[in-house]
Design a protein around this ligand. Structure first.
Ligand code: FPP
Length: 291
């Protein structure tokens, strides 16, 4: 039996055991048993490693975008404060960045704050979110992982609507990474897909009024060129965590042909295995670009 046959057999046994909860149920009863839990985590680790090998064998997406949803539901499900949920969400983002870089996926774009969030959330919650963006972006600006991988960091959205301290942190992260181009990490803040299209249309209207563009030359390329994220390609895969199956005004123009993947897992609980499953699902789908 070759190595890969053994590997595949272990993988399917592990999957089968997890499916019927033969391992996790008794482990639950024997919650003090280190042996039981080490079997569970070992099975998970084997599964993740096998999954990683499988997805690396196929074409990976170039651009993954994530709607990081469910911070508050995560917190409430664990009887924690809402702010702890957001804090865990920020920590999760760092982990996911590392996983994406390990896979050598060039573009990662995340939805961190929508224009709707700004209008709908209490000022107390917004203030603590702004604190997190400030701290998180300043951490990213110094992160050795960002510098050793040449990751360009950028924030897009109606940045002018953000408080000064967040704008300063954005500038710091952007300035410290502006010379990089191997990877691009985009944070959507005070962002709305419709607002982005409106802003592009306004710019085109202005250019038309100034005689810079003729009516018959206005096409989808001219709109794409004027989007906030014009320097990155459209996402191949959009992942949304926490169970809602909608787009919520995220990259409306850019996701015309993207594959969408929804998972029930709350963002702070999103695991490496969950990421790989999303990528594997993307790889299974036949991409048609509307043909
Ligand atoms: C949605 O969950 C999440 C947010 C509005 C904030 C996401 C922010 C982070 C993950 C931190 C990002 C940090 C940096 C540095 C970019 P929710 O609050 O809507 O939760 P719910 O769906 O359970 O209500």
């Amino acid at each position: 039996m070759g190595r890969s046959t053994i590997g595949n057999t272990v993988d399917s046994i592990a999957k089968w055991l997890l499916k019927f909860r033969i391992i996790s149920k008794p482990a639950g009863y024997l919650s003090n048993s280190k042996l039981a839990w080490s079997i569970v985590s070992r099975t998970d680790r084997i599964r993740t490693k096998r999954l990683e090998a499988r997805i690396k064998n196929e074409k990976l997406p170039d651009h993954i975008s994530i709607i990081m949803d469910g911070n508050r539901r995560f917190a409430w499900s664990q009887s924690l404060e809402r702010e702890i949920g957001h804090l865990r969400g920020k920590e999760k983002l760092k982990e996911v960045m590392e996983w994406i870089l390990n896979l050598k996926i060039k573009y990662l774009t995340v939805y961190a704050l929508s224009t709707e969030n700004i209008n709908a959330r209490e000022s107390e919650e917004l203030d603590s979110l702004y604190d997190l963006y400030e701290i998180g972006l300043n951490e990213i600006a110094e992160d050795p992982l960002i510098h050793s991988n040449n990751v360009k960091v950028q924030a897009v959205g109606r940045i002018e609507e953000l408080p000064e301290r967040v704008k300063i942190a954005i500038k710091n992260a952007e300035n410290k990474t502006s010379s990089y181009s191997d990877y691009i990490f985009t944070v959507c803040l005070a962002y709305g897909g419709r607002e982005e299209i409106v802003d592009a249309v306004k710019e085109i209207a202005g250019d038309h009024a100034d005689g810079k563009i003729e009516l018959e030359n206005i096409n989808s390329m001219e709109i794409s060129k004027r989007l906030y994220s014009a320097n990155i390609p459209d996402p191949d895969l959009v992942i949304r965590t926490s169970g809602e199956e909608r787009i919520s005004n995220f990259l409306l123009w850019q996701i015309a042909y993207s594959e969408l993947y929804f998972t029930d897992v709350h963002w702070p609980s999103f695991s490496r295995n969950n990421l790989y499953e999303a990528i594997e699902s993307y790889q299974y789908r036949r991409r048609k670009y509307g043909k």
